[in-house]
Design a protein around this ligand. Structure first.
Ligand code: 5GP
Ligand code: MN
Length: 319
């Protein structure tokens, strides 16, 4: 596990205490941990009297807009800050346009194994299943209170990054942290259902397009979602509606890959793997990154060409 030095930890506390204007941001195409960590840290700082801007370059996805105060998250920052914090994000290229006009971030809190230590202080724990779990542990140590609304955001981050407490990196500590957050009057089953179970009719129709042409070879399962598939199903996002998790559940498949054509001509690729397989290395070959069990990259090229290259590279894991 990578942990920061104690010296850095004290420095983080004092920087938080002395800062007045604080910017919190996270990665593009934000997931539950990115939104939950941004919101939790931002709201805890606001409750402590700080002037905070919470920014996600791509905004909050529809499936997470039930989180209280999520409408406070902006797409762009404005003004100057005396503390810039990036959460749940492994590299500066992953914040999108959020920090275009700003200097190197002061603080990065993250759990990606591929983290590039891009801020002045980097608190990176690659064995902790979510950034939200790190924050649940550290916010009180930095003098910040975990209110009911903060707890709701943190628990959402923990639930989503662990796929409902079932990823292989879940520890007893994860469940204890979740239980402590639940005790702050948080409706865990409701958050779980909202974040992981409910999906739109359009999303399932979009899945149908992808499921129509799944392929499997050498324990690797994959499919594609084209711009035409997305238009035909009326699906509003540019992601895979988490179809990759369904592929990863198939018996005999140890690695799942999905290729999602983007309107700008790029191909978004997501990998998921069973324990024992490290997809982050393959993603890194294509300038992406992530975790062993879940990683991604955005690659330039035609859908069929990218698919061939990526499947060939991914086969290294199973041959
Ligand atoms: P997803 O495939 O669902 O977008 O992401 C899976 C994991 O890989 C997440 O932890 C995400 O942050 C990371 N990830 C996805 N795409 C990229 C990328 O282009 N670069 C890096 N460094 N990480 C990525
Ligand atoms: Mn995360």
């Amino acid at each position: 596990m990578t942990t920061t030095l104690n010296r850095d930890f004290k420095e983080i506390r004092s920087r938080i205490q002395s800062a007045h204007r604080i910017l919190i941001t996270s990665h593009v195409r934000p997931d539950g941990d990115a939104v939950g960590s941004t919101l939790a840290f931002g709201l805890a700082l606001q409750e402590a009297g700080k002037d905070v801007q919470m920014v996600l370059a791509d905004g909050v996805p529809r499936a997470l807009r039930h989180l209280k105060n999520s409408e406070k998250i902006q797409k762009k920052p404005s003004g100057v800050f005396d503390l810039i914090v990036v959460v749940d994000c492994s590299g500066l290229d992953r914040v999108g346009t959020a920090l275009d006009e700003y200097p190197k971030p002061d603080l990065n809190i993250d759990h990606h194994i591929t983290n590039l230590n891009f801020a002045h202080i980097n608190l990176v724990e690659s064995t902790t299943p979510s950034t939200a779990e790190m924050l649940a542990r550290y916010l009180p140590q930095w003098g910040l209170e975990i209110s009911q609304i903060v707890a709701e955001a943190l628990l959402t981050g923990i639930i989503t990054d662990t796929l409902g407490f079932r990823t292989s990196n879940v520890q007893p500590q994860t469940l204890r942290t979740a239980a402590a957050l639940m005790e702050l009057d948080v409706d865990m089953p409701k958050l779980y259902t909202k974040a992981l179970h409910e999906r739109s009719f359009e999303a399932v129709r979009y899945w149908g397009a992808g499921l129509n042409h799944i392929e499997m070879e050498n324990q690797i399962i994959w499919t594609t979602l084209s711009n035409a598939d997305r238009e035909a199903s009326n699906y509003p996002g540019k992601d895979d509606a988490d179809l990759v998790s369904l592929l990863a559940s198939v018996d005999g498949a140890v690695v799942a890959v999905i290729f999602i054509e983007q309107p700008n001509g790029m191909i978004k690729v997501s990998w998921r793997a069973r324990p024992g397989y490290d997809t982050s290395k393959i993603a890194a070959q294509f300038d992406g990154g992530g975790h062993k069990a879940a990683s991604g990259a955005t690659i330039e090229g035609a859908l069929d060409d990218v698919k061939k290259q990526v499947i060939t590279a991914t086969q290294m894991l199973t041959q």
